[in-house]
Design a protein around this ligand. Structure first.
Ligand code: MF3
Ligand code: CO
Length: 253
């Protein structure tokens, strides 16, 4: 069952998502050469306090493993769920994906973006541009009566013709009191298939796309997913509300 949010719940979702967006915005400004990914994690913790929310990632358990960070910070060939580390120093030319998931007043806001640090390889930059464009194409496919597959096909329609590897092992998702609710929202699929979208659904749409192969490998920490070929990856995400006429992006600062 995909749950529909009441007006009351929608207003809580809005507040959580605005907080998530403000944390992501403020944190993005700190991504400069010389900063460690651990410093970004602890800055995020402070920003969450300032914006009246807490990390939904910290302490999150998947398959018996507890996530130790407050955000996910994934550099270059890291696809998602990278954990901040003091020895991991950001350098000019890096692609840094920040994934900020917060809880406020019992509800979750989830958003992510990839930042190109200084002068980056044009191919890497183009990947980021396409990933963000794909996110917005996915959002544009949201309206009551459309289906999850319409979102998937719209995202794929931007990325596949460019020859990029669309990550299959991680997908977008419904969001609410829990970080991951139904439905799953793959970044590939057939228009007209899957669950029907209804006003009141809250969805996290999040294309993850690789310059090379779509295949990923898991790191020894049990969390960090990286590309199997070592090429770079990009990730953009918004939480949206299905409205009577389309989509409202909730994760705006
Ligand atoms: N946006 C990511 C997701 O939906 C956040 C994961 S947080 C973690 O999977 F705790 F699982 F790392
Ligand atoms: Co998400």
């Amino acid at each position: 069952m995909i749950n529909l949010k009441s007006e009351e719940e929608v207003s809580r979702m809005r507040a959580a998502c605005v907080a998530a967006a403000r944390v992501l915005r403020d944190l993005s400004a700190l991504v400069v050469p010389g900063v460690s990914t651990a410093a970004l994690d602890s800055a995020a913790r402070g920003l969450m306090l300032r914006h009246g929310c807490e990390s939904a990632c910290y302490g999150y358990v998947v398959g018996g493993l507890t996530y130790p960070g407050h955000i996910c910070v994934s550099v270059n060939d890291e696809v998602v769920h990278g954990i901040g580390a003091p020895q991991r120093i950001i350098q000019e030319g890096d692609l840094v994906s920040l994934d900020v998931v917060v809880r406020r007043d019992g509800y979750i806001g989830d958003n992510a973006c990839t930042i190109a640090v200084g002068k980056v390889d044009p191919e890497a930059k183009a990947l980021c541009t396409a990933a963000e464009k794909a996110l917005h194409a996915g959002i544009a496919a949201v309206r009551p009566g459309n289906r999850v597959g319409d979102i998937s096909a719209a995202v794929q329609g931007i990325l596949a013709p460019l020859g990029y590897g669309i990550v299959r092992d991680f997908v977008g998702h419904g969001v609410g009191k829990k970080m991951h609710e139904e439905p799953q929202i793959p970044n590939f699929g057939k228009a007209g298939t899957g669950s029907k979208l209804l006003a009141g659904m809250c969805l996290a749409i999040e294309p993850m796309v690789n310059l090379g192969t779509h295949k990923i490998v898991m790191g020894a920490d049990g969390w960090t997913a990286r590309t199997a070929d070592g090429k770079v990856s990009a990730h953009f995400e918004h939480t949206i509300l299905v409205t009577e006429t389309g989509a409202e992006i909730l994760t705006l600062p």
